[in-house]
Design a protein around this ligand. Structure first.
Ligand code: SF4
Length: 121
C-alpha cells in the first residue's frame, strides 16, 4: 500500500507492508514521524471534524463548530448526531466549548465564530 505522509510539507511517499504479526513495515519516510503517521492512519485513523449547530437567533440560525482535536474516524457519525441535538440559546464566544469532553475523549466541540459580533448583543 502507498500513501503520502501529510505530517509536514515534505510529503514523503510511504510504502507500507503488513508483517505477519500485524505490525507495519513503513519505508520511504524521511523521519520517524512517517512511521507514526502510517500506523495511526491505518490502524487507528483520526480526524478533526467541522459541522454546524442550530441557534435560537433568526439572524444567525446556524453557526460553525469544530472539534478542538482529532477524534477516531468511526466516531464521526456519532459526532454529527450529537451536534444535531444542540440549539445554542445564547451568544458563544470564539472557541468556547459547545460540548465538553465529547464521548469522554478529552476533546471539546468549540464554536468557530464569535457569536456576539454576529448577533449584535
Ligand atoms: S516522513 Fe517525516 S519528513 Fe516525510 S513528510 Fe512525514 S513528517 Fe515530513
Amino acid at each position: 500500500m502507498e500513501m503520502v505522509c501529510i505530517a509536514c510539507p515534505n510529503g514523503c511517499r510511504l510504502n507500507i507492508e503488513k508483517n505477519e504479526d500485524g505490525t507495519l513495515l513503513v519505508t520511504g519516510n524521511k523521519c520517524p514521524k512517517g512511521i507514526v503517521f502510517a500506523n495511526e492512519e491505518i490502524l487507528a485513523p483520526k480526524r478533526s471534524v467541522c459541522t454546524t449547530v442550530r441557534t435560537t437567533y433568526k439572524k444567525l440560525p446556524v453557526v460553525p463548530v469544530r472539534t478542538d482535536g482529532e477524534i477516531p474516524k468511526e466516531k464521526i457519525f456519532d459526532f454529527v448526531e450529537e451536534t444535531k441535538k444542540i440549539v445554542l440559546d445564547r451568544p458563544y464566544a470564539f472557541q468556547e466549548s459547545v460540548i465538553e469532553n465529547l464521548f469522554g475523549l478529552g476533546i471539546n466541540v468549540v464554536c468557530s465564530v464569535d457569536m456576539n459580533r454576529l448577533v449584535g448583543e
